[in-house]
Design a binder for this molecule. Sequence first.
Ligand SMILES: [Zn+2]
Length: 350
Amino acid sequence: MSDPPDGPTEDELLAQAAEAGIHRLAIPTPFQVGRVNAYLIEDDPLTLIDSGPNSGKALDELEQALGAHGHAIEEIELLVITHQHIDHFGLAAILARRSGAQVAALNGLAPYLRDYRESAERDDRFAEQIMLRHGIPADVVTALRAVSASFRAWGSAVEIDRPLYDGEDLRLRDRTLRVLHRPGHSPSDTVFYDEERALLLGADHLIAHISSNPLIARPLGAPADFTGPRPRALIDYIASLRRTRELELSLVLSGHGAPIADHRALIDKRLRMHQRRAEKIHGLISAQPRSAHEIAVELWGNVAVTQAYLTISEVLGHVDLLLDSGRIAEREDSGDRRDREDGVVRFTAV
Ligand SMILES: [Zn+2]
C-alpha cells in the first residue's frame, strides 16, 4: 500500500491518532480483506472499537497488541461494535466475558447480534433468493451457501448492553464521540465522530485502498421471511458518503488498512468511480437486455462466479442509480421470449 505522494505518511497519521490516545491494533482474519483494524482508546472507560473475528489466532494477536500498549483484555471497560460483519465483532462475546466490559452497538443491531446464528441463516436465505432472481445458476448458489456456512464460526452471538442511537453523544472522560449511522456497506454501519479533534472512527464506511462493497443485505429488524423490496445499498451508501463529506475531518481511522487524511478527495474519487461504473453498465444494458449476473460476468469474468453475491450486489447498486434516473427499466421475464422463461429479472434500456 503506497501513501499519496504529497499527503502525510501512514506512520505520521498513526502518530496523530496515538497523540489522541488511539492505537490501531491490526488483527488477522481468514478473509480475503486481510487484517481488520481494532482501535484501543486510552480513556476512561478504556475502550476498544471492534474485536476482530472469533479465532484463537485473532485473540492471541489482540492480546499481544494490547500488551504492547501496556494493557490486558481484562482491563477493557467498553467495547464498541461498528457493524454486523464477523471480522469486526466475532470476538466480542469472549472479550466481554473476560473483561466484564459493556458492549455498545447501534440499537437496531442488538437483536441481530443476540441471535447471530439465526440472523446469519436468515441473511443467507435472503441472499439465495436475490441470487436466483438475478440469474446466478442454482449450483453456484448452493456452493456459495456452503462457503458462507463454513465461515459461520468466525462470528459469535453477543449481548448488547449499551445500545447507541444515531446522533447521540458517547461521552468518555477526555472526548465525546458522536454516534452517526452511515448505512451502505452494511445496514448497521456506524461511525464515531470526535468533532473537537476532527477525527472519525470510520470502520468500513470509508477505506483508503479499497472501495467499500455496498452489499445487499436484509434490512435491520426485517421479518424472518423478508423477501423485498430489494434494499438499495449503493443508493444508501452514496447518501451516507455525502453526509460524511460534510464533516470537518483531518483524520479517518478505517476498519481496514491505512488512515485517511483527505476524506473529501477520497469520497469524490469513490463517487466518480460509481458514476463511471454506472455508465459502463448502462452501455452493456443498451447493447442487449441482461440480468445482473450476466452484467457481472461481462465486467469481471470468473470472479462473477467465485464472488457471485458480491458482484451482483455491485451491479444491482449501479442498476439502482440507472433505474432512478429513468434510463433503464426492470422486467421479470414472463416467457414472452423463448430464452427468457426462467423468472430471472433482466434490465432493458429505456
Ligand atoms: Zn464490513
